[in-house]
Design a binder for this molecule. Structure first.
Ligand code: SF4
Length: 377
């Protein structure tokens, strides 16, 4: 029976960061308890459909899951273990932000089976953190990181961002150097994108935000590639780096187009060829669950051509690339009969390469990956 991943969305944050367009909200403290009860009800709604299917990864993301009291996270984990068939070596991650963690909370997470902690830091520099609207300081991050190690977390990810307003390559290099000294098992590095309906979007279009240009952005990305490789972090996905054996198994499910179920407001699922997403607004999600029905807002049965395109643009994010054999097994069609012209063009341009039966982006290809992906859609 095929394994799957389980995503649980916690949409609460202490404050909305200025760049964030995720489905997350500040000021909804009053809904928290009811929301957690609804997550547990939604899990029960899936029990029959999933039957004995084995869950290989659980990812509690957000929002800021760590802003919930530990009793809520423990209730979610207990319900998860009681409702689903979790594999013996299930990877169970929780996202957190500095300033919302304590030794006691971290020990409770660990005691309830959470074995991977992701900490959103973004920058080592307090001036950047302030400009981004983050709630924490570098000092709080370091204290939380140390407390996580003391609580026994031996699989920690740190989220970083570069190309921040007024950020210089030296400062980004300094962020990387300090994080490398802490030796987390996993590091993700994303370039800041200005998204609609954020405070940064308004500021940027009003000329109040000074961002590094495209060339500096790419230079910063190369700094990360170089520094992290020097310290034995494997660049396994465009924006993700890990010590051997610490790649994020949950995210690999997305990149390899495997099945996953999303629980909670705005969560997405992909199950047996159907893709669907939940109602985003927490109060509406709660109402729907309390009415006794699945809170699905949209669903689509994916056409074969869409699944083929996803296979390409998600799989090519990985350094290992895609396998022609896996493509054939999934679609009973030769990859070249569908995407031969694109593949030949990108190989000719030095943006893709072939190694035995696999196709991968080259380093140059990773730099312009979005332009490449568009041509597979
Ligand atoms: S903490 Fe994360 S989810 Fe919450 S507002 Fe900031 S970036 Fe968005």
């Amino acid at each position: 029976m095929k394994k799957l991943g389980l995503y649980i969305h916690i949409p609460f944050c202490i404050q909305k960061c200025y760049y964030c367009d995720f489905n997350s909200y500040a000021g909804l403290e009053a809904l928290r308890q009811e929301y957690v009860g609804c997550l547990i009800k939604e899990m029960h709604m899936y029990k029959e459909r999933l039957g004995n299917r084995r869950i290989d990864t659980v990812y509690i993301g957000g929002g800021t899951p760590s802003c919930l009291p530990e009793s809520s996270i423990m209730a979610i984990m207990d319900a998860c273990a009681a409702t689903f068939n979790l594999s013996a070596h299930c990877e169970i991650s929780v996202e957190s932000n500095p300033g919302t963690l304590s030794g006691q909370k971290l020990r409770a997470f660990k005691a309830h089976g959470i074995n991977r902690l992701s900490i959103g830091l973004q920058s080592w520099h307090d001036a950047d953190l302030k400009r981004l609207g983050r709630i924490h300081t570098q000092r709080q991050f370091v204290d939380n990181f140390d407390a996580a190690r003391q609580a026994g977390f031996d699989n920690i990810n740190i989220d970083l961002m570069f190309a921040l307003p007024s950020q210089k390559p030296e400062q980004w290099g300094n962020t990387l150097d300090n994080i490398i000294l802490l030796q987390p098992e996993h590091i993700s590095c994303y370039s800041l994108k200005i998204e609609e309906s954020t405070r940064f979007y308004t500021d940027y279009h009003a000329g109040r935000l000074k961002l590094p240009d495209e060339e500096t952005d790419r230079h910063m990305y190369h700094q990360a590639l170089q520094k992290l490789a020097q310290h034995h972090y494997r660049h396994y996905e465009i924006s993700n780096f890990a010590k051997t054996g610490f790649e994020c198994r949950h995210n690999l499910i997305y990149w390899k187009c495997k099945d996953y179920v999303g629980i909670g407001a705005g969560a997405h699922s992909c199950l047996d060829g159907e893709r669907y997403s939940n109602i985003c607004v927490p109060a509406e999600y709660i109402m729907q669950i309390q009415d006794g029905s699945l809170p699905i807002a949209e669903s689509t049965v994916l056409e074969v051509k869409d699944r083929m395109a996803e296979f390409m643009f998600l799989g090519l994010r990985l350094s290992e690339g895609i396998s022609a054999q896996t493509f054939y097994d999934a679609f009973q069609t030769d990859i070249r009969s569908v995407f031969g012209s694109q593949i030949d063009k990108f190989i000719r341009l030095g943006l893709m390469k072939r190694q035995k039966e696999r196709y991968q982006l080259t380093a140059k290809g990773m730099d312009v990956s979005n332009q490449i992906f568009i041509e597979f859609i």
